[in-house]
Every structure is written in C-alpha cells, then in structure tokens.
Design a protein around this ligand. Structure first.
Ligand code: IMP
Ligand code: MG
Length: 425
C-alpha cells in the first residue's frame, strides 16, 4: 500500500505510536497531520523507552518525518524533544521537516489555556495545558503565527509583538492573570525560531512527490476519534480533527491518495481528562488495569480513567474513519481476567440504542449493555505469531474486528516492538 493512515478509534492513547513504529519499518516517510505536543506517543526500542510528542514515530527508524500543516507547533516543546532525541543518538535534523503553514503554539497560548481552564472551574475540560485549543482558535480567527514566519525574523518579531499585546489584554483584563513580558518571550523564542527555520518547507509538495515516486507514506494521527472537535464528546474534546479525513487536509494530499485506513483500539478503553465515558469502571477494577496497562498519561502523567471495550464507540469510529484494518493494543492487560465484558449497546430511557448520542445529556442517561467473552488466563506477552495466541484471545480479537467491520491487522501484547502479532501484512 503506498499510503496508510493510522488513527485512534477511542479517546486517544490507543497505542498508535507502537503501531506506527511497526508499520514504519517498511515505510519511507511518516507524516503527522493533527494535534500538537498534547499528544504522547510511547515507543520502546528494545528496553529503551521514548516518549514522543511532536516528532513523528518514524524518527526512531531513521525515516523522513514531516509535520503537516494540520499540526500546531510549540517551538520550545519541539526543540526540547529534538535535543532529547539527539542526546540519545537519534539523528533528527536530517530527517525532520515542518510545514510552512503549520501554526505555532506560543507562550501566551499556554498562559491562556491555564487561565481558561481555571475560569471554567468545575466545568474544566482537563486539557493538557499545552495551549493547543488557543493556538487552533487563533488559526481559525486568522490571527495566528505560522512556521513560515520563522524564516523572516523581522516579520516574526512584529507579529509576535502585535499578538502579545492583544493576549496580554485578555490575560490581565479578562482573567486577572499576569501579563507576559515581550522582551523575555522574544529572547526565549528568537533562538528557537532561528534554529527551526531551516526545517520549514513546502510539505504538501514533498509528500505528493514522494507518493509520485512510489514511496510508502504513513500518516500518523494523534488523539482519537472521540476527542475530535466535530465528532467527539464536545466540549470535552481536543481542538483538531484526529479522524482519517484530516490526514488529507492536514498534510496537503488528495483524499484519493489515502489508501489504507488503520484504526487502533485498546483491548479495553481509557480516557484522560474530563467528559463522558459510558463504560468507565469502579476504582478498584481500574487499579487492576492501571498497573499492568501502564495507564498514566505520557504527556501529563495523570492516571487514566479506565473501562471495558465499547462497541458503540468502535462502530462510530469505524464509520467516521472508514476503518478497514484494525490494530488491537494492550491485549496482555486482559490476560488476568476470567470473563471479559464488551459493551455492545447502551440502554437509554428504557430502550436499547446502538449509536453514540451527540447530546451529552442523553449520553449521561445511557448505561452499557454488556455481552461477555471468556478470558484466557494465559500470558500473551511472549506471543509472536497468530498461531501462538490462546484460542479465547484470538476469538476476542476477531470479535473486536467484527464489531468494527474491519480485518484484524495486528495485535500488540506489550510495549516492545517484538510484542506484536501481525495477522495480516
Ligand atoms: P487539549 O488537547 O490539551 O486541549 O486537551 C483536551 C482534551 O483532550 C483533554 O481531555 C485531554 O486529556 C485530551 N487529550 C489531548 N491530547 C491527548 C492525547 O494525546 N491522548 C489522550 N488524551 C488527549
Ligand atoms: Mg498518548
């Protein structure tokens, strides 16, 4: 397949990083198309652990890595990540390019994220406080700074000054927060801008040329379908489109050039931040998952909320993304259970429903209807081939694929590269 799109089919943290890492082995290029350093993609190479936030996972395999126009870029965040990777022997600069049209996340976006979350009080979204929503808001308000501005220092300085004056008014007059000092902000950003400027390029042309040349491209989604600004549990969502269609818009390729859509699901469900979560389980059960499943946020370290697999969510994600291939991660976390519930529908106002309601008020009245699958009570962490999977585990995987109306592509049984069973190449 010339191009593959990898998307999260739940609330993020499905393990897309590991799946992209496996697929990147045979790819030439990996392209991020949405989100910013709110994302946290964890990849293990041998016993070595990497937490990536902006740099595409393909960097660990020495592939060309592109940040598309749909991504928002925190200059200091990106540079910090690049330096960390470089200190561990990964060549980043020779492989990384940033779209000219990608918008920048600037210090005042982070300050406003904190101020707005605080002002929301009990209704806080539980954002990652990375200024993501504020940067996208400026993009659509047509007042943002773009990566292109990094290549013109005088323009960058003027735009930054104008933007900061406006944001300081907001910070001080609306939120009663302290203003940011232009000289200090500029002194921090100017060297970062200068350092990143050589990486800024016309990404759309680069990707289209690569596809013309028969190269293999993986589009790496961040967050998940239920965090989508249009289709997620609004307002408890992120501010971008993590769905497959965004791979086209967020990188500058035609939708016709997206060939294979891979949906990633955890074998159960997690969510970080506030908002509805129909299958969320009791704290004692959540603790059982949390240790084995390493369920702490990669970006914020917050413990994740946990629940059983939700087929209503998976079907919605399958429809919105056009998922044809399913990757199931964290299967090993279920090794410990005798019986494994799957939520197949919701009961709402005395009736069963199979579709996910858009209204959060309706959703709050929904309770899960479970079917149960037998557990396998056998360790799967060492399994490396489909034939090695316990029968009940394979049946569970096949059931998830059936729910999604997709073919099972791979299952992952741990964070390491070799803890992967590729069912279909
Ligand atoms: P924001 O994207 O930082 O504005 O956060 C909005 C919501 O999306 C919060 O509930 C976050 O916890 C959630 N979120 C953002 N990025 C991720 C991610 O990469 N994984 C999981 N949740 C995320
Ligand atoms: Mg994550």
């Amino acid at each position: 397949m010339p191009s593959t799109v990898v998307v999260g089919a739940q609330w993020g943290d499905e393990g897309k990083g590991g799946v992209v890492d496996v697929l990147a082995e045979r790819a030439d290029m990996v392209v991020r198309f949405n989100g910013g350093n709110n994302a946290g993609h964890t990849v293990f190479v041998g016993e070595e652990h990497f937490a990536l936030h902006l740099v595409p996972c393909g960097i660990l395999r020495g592939k060309a890595c592109l940040l598309g126009n749909g991504v928002v870029i925190d200059l200091q965040g990106l540079l910090g990540e690049m330096r960390e990777l470089e200190s561990r022997g990964i060549a980043v600069r020779d492989h990384l390019l940033i779209s000219e049209s990608a918008h920048l996340v600037l210090p005042y976006h982070r300050a406003l994220d904190a101020a707005e979350e605080q002002a929301r009080g009990a209704a806080a979204i539980g954002t990652t406080l990375r200024g993501i929503g504020q940067a996208y808001a400026d993009k659509y308000a047509r007042s943002g700074l773009r990566a292109l501005d990094l290549t013109q220092p005088a323009v960058f300085r003027d735009k930054l000054a104008a933007a900061l004056a406006h944001k300081n008014a907001l910070l001080t007059k609306v939120y009663g927060a302290p203003p940011l000092d232009f000289d200090q902000v500029y002194a921090e950003l100017a060297p970062a801008a200068q350092e990143l400027a050589p990486l800024v390029a016309d990404i759309a042309t680069v990707i289209n040329q690569a596809l013309d040349d028969g190269k293999q491209v993986v589009f790496e989604g961040a967050q998940g379908t239920l965090l989508d600004i249009d289709f997620g549990t609004y307002p408890f969502v992120t501010s971008s489109n993590p769905i497959a269609a965004a791979a086209a818009v967020g990188s500058g390729v035609s939708p016709k050039r997206l060939h294979r859509i891979v949906g990633v699901v955890k074998a159960y469900t997690t969510r970080v931040g506030a908002g509805p979560f129909p299958t969320e389980c009791e704290p004692e059960l959540a603790d059982k998952f949390r240790v084995q499943g390493r369920e702490f946020g990669t970006t914020t370290g917050r413990p994740r909320r946990i629940g059983w697999f939700d087929a209503v969510v998976a079907r919605k994600a399958a429809m919105l993304n056009g998922i044809e291939h399913l990757a199931v991660t964290h299967l090993d976390v279920l090794d410990q259970f005798d019986r494994i519930p799957i939520c197949v529908a919701y009961r709402c106002d005395g009736e069963q429903r199979h579709t996910f309601p858009t209204s959060l008020e309706t959703l709050a009245r929904c309770t899960p209807v479970y079917e149960e699958m037998p557990g396998w009570r056998e360790e799967t962490t060492g399994v490396t081939s489909p034939a090695g999977l316990p029968r009940a585990a394979r049946a569970y995987l096949d059931r998830l694929a059936e729910i999604a109306g997709a073919r099972l592509l791979m299952a992952r049984m741990g964070p390491r590269r070799d803890q992967t069973v590729v069912v279909e190449a």
